[in-house]
Design a protein around this ligand. Structure first.
Ligand code: RP5
Length: 161
């Protein structure tokens, strides 16, 4: 249902976090490398075919001059969530953030924070959940878990002298 793609295997330590939360929320996904610059034909093939294969959302991560999410959004009718990656060729991460974020009108990319692949996974699950009540329930439970964790931490902090 979700396709996680990234420009290089060096993006995997960041992008794995999207896969982990999708696994936790029981959302089926695939994961592979598609490089806008090094495999442009593969990019076109992927983006043209993804919706026809039943993919509903694309999560695309890349670093530096990060053109992958924007190019997928240019070609595919699917929603694209972009993950800016602070890679070895990033100056400070801003290059990747701005390359993914500053899309022209008509071609949106839902850009998450730097390295925030976990949030990309959550957002993708939320998109899928608009047509899946059981998944919506799991996401609601996940959010309750976040609340419970913070309240527990607050209790512990308040106990300290
Ligand atoms: C980008 O260049 C990739 O998404 C990656 O973040 C970065 C570096 O790639 P490698 O040189 O490590 O393969 O296109």
């Amino acid at each position: 249902m979700v396709s996680i793609i990234m420009g290089s295997d060096s993006d995997l330590p960041v992008m794995q976090k999207a896969a982990d939360i999708l696994t936790e929320l029981q959302v089926p996904f695939e994961m592979t490398i598609v490089s806008a610059h090094r495999t442009p034909d593969r990019l076109f093939e992927f983006a043209k075919a993804a919706h026809g294969r039943g993919i509903k959302v694309v999560i695309a991560g890349a670093g530096g001059a990060a053109h992958l999410p924007g190019m997928v959004a240019a070609i595919s009718p699917l929603p694209v969530i972009g993950v800016p990656v602070k890679s070895s060729n990033s100056i400070d991460g801003w290059d990747s953030i701005l390359s993914i974020l500053q899309m022209p009108e008509g071609v949106p990319v839902a850009t998450v924070a730097l390295n925030a692949a976990r949030n990309a996974g959550i957002l993708a699950a939320q998109m899928i959940a608009t047509a899946d009540d059981q998944l919506l329930g799991r996401i609601a439970a996940f959010k309750q878990g976040l609340e419970a964790t913070v309240l527990e931490k607050a209790k512990r902090m308040e106990k300290k002298p």
